[in-house]
Structures are given as C-alpha cells and as structure tokens.
Design a protein around this ligand. Structure first.
Ligand code: DQA
Length: 150
C-alpha cells in the first residue's frame, strides 16, 4: 500500500491555541484525524510526526527513503531558514508537497522566501487545514500516474 509521511514542524503542536485568528481553532490532532479519514478514502496509509527540532525533521526525511512513497511537509518557521531541510529533501528524492496553513506570501517579508519549496514537487498555502487534503490528493494522483516511485 502507498505510504505517506506527514511531517509537521515547530509550534504546530500548538494549533488550536496558537494565534487562532491566523491558524484556526482546530488542534493538530483534529487536522490529522481528518487527514487519516481522507487517506482511508484514497486507499493510502499515513504516518504523522510533529517535531519542534530541526534535526529530528532532517532525520525523518532521510529515513523516509526506505519507508515512504511521498511526504507532506509543513516545515513551519524552518521553511524560511533551513538549508538542512532542503538538503535532506534533495538527498532522498522522495516526492514532497510543502503545505502552509496561511498564505505566507501575504505575510511578513521574512516569510516570503521558502528554502524548502525548491526541493519539493509543489507547494499549497493559504487554505488552512484543507491544504493538507489538497496535498494528499495531489501526491496520490502523482504517484498513481507513475511519475514517481511507488
Ligand atoms: C506556517 C507559516 C510559517 O511562516 C510559520 O512560521 C508557521 C506556520 C503555516 O502553516 O502557515 O509556523 O508554516
């Protein structure tokens, strides 16, 4: 069965409590629960990891090479700073879709640059939790079309 790793970066464990006007009232558990239901309808398996530590996220990406067909990644603040995450994505070549709850292009200037997006298949932002669903649908379609591994 197709296996997808959902990887969430720093402070996303605070969803629901963290700036709800910006990030919504749903908790991360709520978001992942909804995404698991979507995965069920698409016939794929999901594994979810959230970490506040850059090194843990890097290690998860590197280990995904053996275990996963695709990655859905919200690198959160590391989007704008992490050469290490970008290098990890380039090292494994597992297709990755970058997700942001908010439209980072419409926010502070330091959020306009994504160091990680260039190592991804694509990027979805500004649709809140729905972005994870759109990423999953796109990624599964991409894998099915034979344009990727798995
Ligand atoms: C975010 C956007 C980032 O700029 C921010 O640091 C986050 C969340 C988003 O999902 O909108 O933590 O990745």
């Amino acid at each position: 069965m197709t296996k997808i790793l959902v990887l969430n970066g720093p402070n996303l464990n605070m969803l629901g409590k963290r700036e709800p006007a910006l990030y919504g009232k749903e908790t991360l558990d709520d978001v992942i629960q909804g995404l698991r239901e979507r995965a069920g309808t698409l016939g794929v398996e999901l594994e979810h990891v959230q970490s506040n530590e850059e090194g843990v996220l890097v290690s998860q990406i590197l280990a995904s090479r053996e275990k996963f067909d695709g990655i859905i990644l919200n690198p959160a603040a590391y989007t704008h700073t992490s050469v290490a995450l970008r290098d990890a994505l380039q090292a494994v070549t597992v297709p990755c879709v970058e997700v942001h709850l908010t439209n980072t292009a419409a926010r502070e200037e330091f959020r306009h640059v994504s160091l990680t997006a260039g190592a991804c298949l694509g990027q979805i932002m500004g649709f809140g939790a729905m972005g994870y669903h759109l990423a999953l649908i796109g990624l599964v379609q991409y894998l099915k079309s034979g344009r990727g591994p798995g």
